[in-house]
Design a binder for this molecule. Sequence first.
Ligand code: NDP
Length: 353
Amino acid sequence: MTEKVVIIGSGPAGWSAAIYAARANLNPLVFEGTTKPEMIPLGQLAFTTEVENYPGFPFGNVRAFIESAVDADRHWNLPPAPDHMKDGQPHYAVQGIELMELMKQQALNFGTRVIGDDVVDIDMTTKPFRVIRGDGDPVEAHCVIVATGARANYLGLPSEEKYKNKGVSACAVCDGALPIFRGKPLAVVGAGDSAVEEATYLANLKGADRIYMIVRRDVMRASKIMQERALKHPKIEMVWNTVVDEVLGDEKLVSGLRLKSTVDDSTRELAVGGMFVAIGHTPNTAFLNGKLETNDKGYIVWKKAFRTNTSVDGIFAAGDVADDYYRQAVTSAGTGCMAALDVERWLTEHGIE
Ligand code: NDP
């Protein structure tokens, strides 16, 4: 059997593509990924705690609704219902994993089939394409949607891993306004445009304290205008020639950083309530072995403006794997929808029923 469309990836782009493709009777097959770093089942949101900016989900304490919507064999994956109040303040957020389980369920409801495996290669020399699985027989497909996302780069410290979601984050826009960071001094690691954006976003939050930018050299990589924005901001303080040696905390939350000079190896401690790592992202494209055109940062290129077509006819890309600029759950979902509609039109144009 030749599949009409295979979707690779199970974040917001993958499930949105699946919902649209399933409702168009394309009978989509989703490769959800395994726990290997390249293909995270349910995408980066599976590792995020609270999501405050996905429209339509003003709050996540909808346990009964979620249990009724998600198949019982996946209830174990759902977090306990959060409190309406946290640290004495009203608290509004859906959990990342709740949102993803709901998106997955919505795709399943319309007949999406899911394989819990990675794709390790795509043979693009034949039509239909041959999608090579990590484990099992190849799958033939007329169209493929690549929605494998991108992963934030981290420093690679064990203490950083330990405090992820407990004060260590790679997305200020997603997490910066959470109660655990409110009114506390915070650190942003990196000196590119992303780091400046993260630092200014945090510094402009209501009640923000000092924001330290930890820069490993004595110059920033960011564009001049962004550099000026950071240097002139009254709440942003530059910490030059410095790297993070260890994230410190009380087991529950981050309380500080041990910093190391890149000039003389001396160390010191800095009290902060959170660390935001902004040292770049890596798109998950290794399995493509360079067969699709990418930009100079490694992200898949859309060959037509506002269309999800890649450099290979019949292969489409959606979500963060093709977006080095917005990288939001809601924009990923939007491009997943676009890719499914592009596939539907492609199949019609090629007379594939
Ligand atoms: P960049 O690669 O531009 O910058 C990464 C930064 O992280 C650099 O300062 C780098 O330092 C630092 N870094 C890397 N690894 C480490 C490490 N292990 N420890 C400490 N510091 C480290 O990535 P960005 O995500 O900032 O930007 C990616 C692209 O997106 C860029 O082209 C940027 O212009 C664009 N962008 C544009 C925006 C805008 O226009 N508003 C907003 C955000 C991004 P070093 O310089 O020493 O290598």
